[in-house]
Design a protein around this ligand. Sequence first.
Ligand code: NDP
Length: 242
Amino acid sequence: MKKLVVITGASSGFGAEIAKIFNADGFPMLLLGRRTEKLEKVAAGMDNVMIDSVDVTDYDQFEKAIRKAEVKYGKTDLLVNNAGVMLLGNVQNQNPKEWQTMLDTNVMGVLNGTQIVLNDMREREHGTILNMSSIAGRKTFVNHAAYVASKFGVHGLSETLREENSVKNVRIMMVAPGAAETELLTHVTSKSALKDYAAWEETMGGVVLDPKHVAETVKFMYDMPQEVNIREVDIAATRQDS
Ligand code: NDP
């Protein structure tokens, strides 16, 4: 039996594609998200898969789900901290609750997941945590202030964690995608920000990243031997200029 892979935000987008690719290679998995029906659809027909409705901002819920899967499949060898939200808007008039949601999910969710699996990985001197950041974690975008803050946070905490855990042979990896075709934009409430985003996508000829290429990248990074850490990958549509 291969080792346990835990994927957050597996109910759609990148997470669902990452689940497909690891399942095809025979990995037991725990798929997490809040929408059970969507998780069930992703897991349909897969062997050795557990799903659990978990909000990554709820540490206890998150930990319980992972411990339950570990009883069945053994300790987590890969955690993909992928769950995230992007609520576009500008600071002049965006509802502060949207900032809170992004910081809680995109930063606290990643820290929660990391702590839940990290000590066992350090003890075993084996394991990988891969954080899904964004190009918005290394450069700024108009209408993205709080999202950018959250993803700069993911960049910063990932590199700090890598420095802290390299001595224990634990790999901390990060993938920073550009614009991609997922459900991410469907939660945006600002019509003008959505319009600006659509206009920007048009500059790429409307051809943004296919999530399957992000999933392939994650798999490639993980498949390197434990002594090799592909620390960070930026991946975006060729026509994305920023
Ligand atoms: P989707 O909206 O398709 O997927 C987001 C996933 O996160 C869903 O499965 C959702 O599941 C889950 N999620 C959101 N909030 C929570 C929460 N509180 N607890 C648990 N799960 C949660 O978008 P993407 O696939 O695009 O997003 C995945 C990651 O990729 C995010 O971190 C995003 O910031 C990042 N990213 C996306 C880009 C893009 O253009 N699409 C570009 C760069 C980075 P559920 O609603 O069921 O809880």
